[in-house]
Write a protein that binds this ligand. Structure first.
Ligand code: NI
Length: 172
């Protein structure tokens, strides 16, 4: 396994629309393992492959990291098959949008299908943090960041903050 650097906005590669995975093979599982390790290293709860520069429809997530226990899950070619009209608002952050947290409104409940790490089809009904996180990560597959859901003003403030932080890091 290897830790891969996570791209941060406004990197144009984060705008890529990710391609479906044709077959879940050893290379897919290696990528998933790298993504999981990179996510833990960065103290994240979810990561899409495009965030490490690989535009494939793969997401990893671990929402129950407690007491040092790890329960990573992989979602390959995820598809939302149903969403509730009811919405929920959560404060979101993103490893590609460091130091920024804002409330985003999303469907409160969703049904989804995806392939797991072994390439088996799985069905899922989700609410709460899982529903929010899955929608957030699936946005990445379309090149969409959570700040794209904010008002124009909030978004431009966030982008300015990001650019400033990037400049500081470069001149560091
Ligand atoms: Ni994100």
């Amino acid at each position: 396994m290897a830790i891969r650097p996570i791209l941060t906005a406004p990197d144009p590669r984060l705008k890529a629309v990710s391609k479906s995975v044709d077959s879940v093979d050893a290379a897919t599982r290696r990528l998933i393992d790298d993504m999981v390790e990179s996510m833990y290293e960065a103290d994240g709860i979810g990561l899409a492959a495009v965030q490490v520069g690989v535009a494939q429809r793969i997401i990893v997530m671990d929402l129950d990291q407690k007491d040092g226990k790890q329960n990573p899950r992989a979602f390959i070619n995820p598809l939302i098959t149903w969403r509730s009209e009811e919405v929920a608002r959560f404060e979101e952050g993103c490893l590609s949008v460091p130091e920024i947290w804002e409330e985003v409104e999303r469907s409160a409940n969703i049904k989804a299908e995806f392939l797991d790490r072994e390439g088996h089809k799985q069905l899922l009904e989700a609410d709460g943090l899982l529903a929010t996180c899955l929608q957030h990560e699936m946005d990445h597959l379309e090149g969409v960041l959570f700040i794209d859901h904010l008002s124009k003003l909030k978004r431009s403030i966030a982008l300015r903050k990001l650019q400033k932080a990037k400049r500081l890091k470069e001149t560091g």
